[in-house]
Design a protein around this ligand. Structure first.
Ligand code: UDP
Length: 466
């Protein structure tokens, strides 16, 4: 029997931290656990920041496990989010990305390393066309929870009119197949756009999701079920996985590990500082790589943290500092707290001193917290964060969702109330902690040899999903 040609996966991702992280985890795991070759490609601007310590930062390089090969999206110096027109950006990104990724695929084939499958993440709806040009398959890697996937799926398959008609009623309840009842405020923020809004930021992103689900619909015409790799664990979201039967969802959640950072890690010795703290005593606060905390929110955070009198480690990125926001003063004021510009979040969450995570509930942060068994105070801002916060509180029971004021600000008193619930050894605190440990154990099981993520990924590579 002829030997099967070696698989070569090309992972293509949008150049932001939260898209790069899950893609790199999967790419590295695939390369180390199977015989497949793996190439990882993000836009030049992000690639340069990730590999700045390498001599030829724009060039292809192989670290012994995977090959990094960037594509140009026409914005090699990086785009400025403040003044960008999103529609224009998406259209330019598509034009340049499509052409340049296609060139990469052609060059790899010419060099005797043909790509056999392209794996792509969100906002890259043009990748299936590139794959089509070269006669190879492409597979979506969904980097949000399965529940969010199911919500979008049903939204675009029958639920759009009811959701949009109630977009301005936060407590209106929608019952999607198999999912627990969800209120409008629990849905990804992009689906809450009013019917007459076709042009806003939210409407533009919603259209990108619409196009993606149309691509999946079209794929159904060519294969029995389109396959979608998913950054979640089978045991965490059984209902959501059952909610969409037309698509072969393949949960391949991984143990997150150090990846290529787009931000410079703070030089402060925060891990050593954590070593000096009592087990489960430290509050870790971060709102991810994109959200900018407004001044009032930082002031309220300072107020709440001071009042709670607990040690804390708080990430405030360099691009989120401003005069008089109280962040610098907090350390000088004798509080038992440390503020850093960027840290190795997974290492922090895995440290036994960390007792709770005040998070915006980006999916990476949520998953990392769950995987490390750390209870959460959820302060969702936008996108899938609202759904993730709901899952944390109601489905997984491993945290609480904080209330915010009319301006979306978490007030100091509310922070204290939430911290008391999750970090104190009261009945509720113990229950939350036990649940957090339970979900962590399920993730550990899934990534071990023979666990669901391991088995699913191997079956995917062996093309067992038809
Ligand atoms: N992160 C980190 N150090 C920090 C802050 C964040 O490593 O100081 C990482 C975090 O581990 C996560 C990612 O940045 O993997 C943020 O992604 P998430 O989906 O949580 O939020 P987003 O950045 O999209 O808002």
């Amino acid at each position: 029997m002829a030997e099967k040609a070696r698989q070569h996966y090309l992972f293509v991702t949008y150049p932001i931290q939260s898209h790069i992280n899950p893609t790199l985890h999967l790419a590295k795991h695939l390369a180390s656990s199977t015989s497949a070759a793996v190439t990882f490609s993000t836009a030049v601007s992000a690639h340069r920041r990730m590999v700045s310590s390498f001599p030829n930062a724009d060039q292809e390089f192989n670290n012994g496990l995977i090959t990094y090969l960037p594509y140009s999206d026409g914005n090699d110096e990086g785009f400025k989010r403040d003044n960008m027109d999103l529609k224009e950006h998406i259209s330019d990104f598509r034009k340049n990305g499509q052409r340049n990724v296609s060139t990469i695929v052609g060059d790899l084939a010419a060099a005797g390393r043909p790509v056999t499958c392209i794996v792509y993440t969100l906002l890259l709806n043009w990748v299936p066309d590139v794959a089509g040009e070269h006669g190879i398959p492409s597979v979506l890697y969904w980097i949000q929870p399965a529940t969010v996937f199911a919500i979008y799926y049903h939204f675009f398959h029958g639920f759009e009119s009811i959701v949009r008609a109630h977009a301005d009623e936060p407590s209106f309840t929608v019952c999607f197949p198999e999912l627990q009842p969800l209120q409008i405020r629990d849905l990804p923020s992009y689906v809450n756009v009013p019917v007459n809004d076709t042009d806003s930021f939210n409407a533009t992103i919603l259209n990108s999701f619409r196009e993606l689900f149309e691509i999946l619909d079209r794929e159904q015409e060519t294969r029995v079920k389109p396959r979608v790799l998913m950054y979640t664990f089978e045991a965490w979201e059984t209902e959501a996985l059952a909610s969409v039967s037309d698509i072969e969802i393949i949960p391949v959640g991984q143990w997150p590990n150090n990846t290529g950072y787009l931000f410079k890690e703070d030089e402060k010795k925060y891990m050593e500082w954590l070593d000096t703290k009592v087990e489960g005593s430290v509050v870790y606060i971060s709102f991810g790589s994109l959200s900018v905390m407004k001044k009032e929110q930082k002031e309220e955070m300072v107020r709440g943290l001071k009042e709670s009198k607990r040690p804390f480690l708080w990430v405030v990125r360099k691009d989120n500092r401003e005069e008089g926001d109280g962040v610098v003063e907090i350390e000088e004021g004798g509080d038992d707290g440390m503020v850093v510009e960027w840290c190795d979040q997974v290492r922090v969450l895995a440290h036994s001193a960390v007792g709770c995570f005040v998070t915006h509930c980006g999916w990476n942060s949520t998953l990392e917290s769950l995987v490390c068994g750390v209870p959460m105070v959820a302060v969702p801002q936008w996108s899938d964060q609202c759904t993730n916060a709901k899952l944390v509180e109601s489905l997984w029971g491993c945290g609480v969702r904080s209330e915010v004021d009319g301006e979306g600000v978490l007030q100091g008193e509310e922070l204290v109330r939430c911290l008391e619930l999750v970090i104190v050894e009261g009945e509720k605190g113990v229950e939350i902690m036990n649940k957090a440990k339970n979900w962590r154990d399920k993730a550990l099981e899934a990534v071990s040899e023979g666990g669901s993520s391991d088995v699913n990924l191997k079956a995917f590579v062996d093309d067992k999903f038809h």
